[in-house]
Ligand binder design. Structure first.
Ligand code: GRF
Length: 194
């Protein structure tokens, strides 16, 4: 059984799906805490499942480094084997990423390296792409640049809006994230080359 800390900034549908999956005693990962940079609506899922939460607001710190140091301390307090960025919308400084090297993964709604950044779904539509998808990758010092662990395609349908496409992408994300964490727990994935 591995211990997982999940960091979110938004609605937390990936978090909710993981909480539901980890209710199964055969699922090899336990979410030990959920953290955020804001009062994210998704924190309610953690509270419902009686999982510890912490919020570290950047505005309460004089520098990004100090904010990240406190965020890291909160994460490490729970001694996780794995830290999952599931819709965490702040860019983390090198100090945070290095401290968790090989243990920090992110889920992103595109087939990286296409459509990096915060508007990946919108950008795929604006570019007239016929398909996009989901990537799960180790986090490195860049933005959405780390080593890719797994990807899955999602076809773009005529008439798709950012919302309709993102809903379909999230359905794929929920399964892919749970499967990937399971493989990490069973050491079925190669060790990160970071
Ligand atoms: C997901 O699409 C994820 O790929 C991206 O942010 C979104 C988070 O969605 N990084 P949710 O908060 O899990 O619903």
């Amino acid at each position: 059984m591995i211990s997982v800390v999940v960091l979110i900034s938004g609605s937390g549908s990936n978090l909710l799906s993981l909480l539901q999956k980890s209710e199964n005693p055969l699922y090899p990962a336990k979410i030990v805490a959920v953290g955020s940079d804001c009062d994210a609506p998704g924190l309610e899922h953690a509270e419902l499942y009686e999982v510890d939460t912490f919020v570290v607001h950047p505005s309460q710190f004089s520098s990004r480094e100090d904010w990240a140091k406190t965020l890291l301390a909160n994460v490490l307090h729970h001694q996780p084997d794995l830290v999952v960025l599931a819709g965490f919308m702040k860019i983390l400084p090198v100090s945070f990423v290095s401290a968790l090297k090989g243990k920090l993964i992110n889920i992103h709604p595109s087939l990286l390296p296409e459509f990096k950044g915060a508007h990946a779904v919108r950008d795929a539509l604006a570019n007239g792409a016929s398909k996009t998808g989901v990537s799960i990758h180790y986090v490195d010092e860049g933005v959405d640049t780390g080593e890719i662990i797994v990807q899955s395609e999602v076809l773009i349908e005529p008439g798709d809006t950012e919302h309709s496409l993102h809903v379909r992408i999230k359905t794929v994300e929920h399964e892919l994230l749970a499967q990937t964490i399971e493989k990490i727990a069973y050491k079925q994935l190669p060790v990160a080359k970071l």
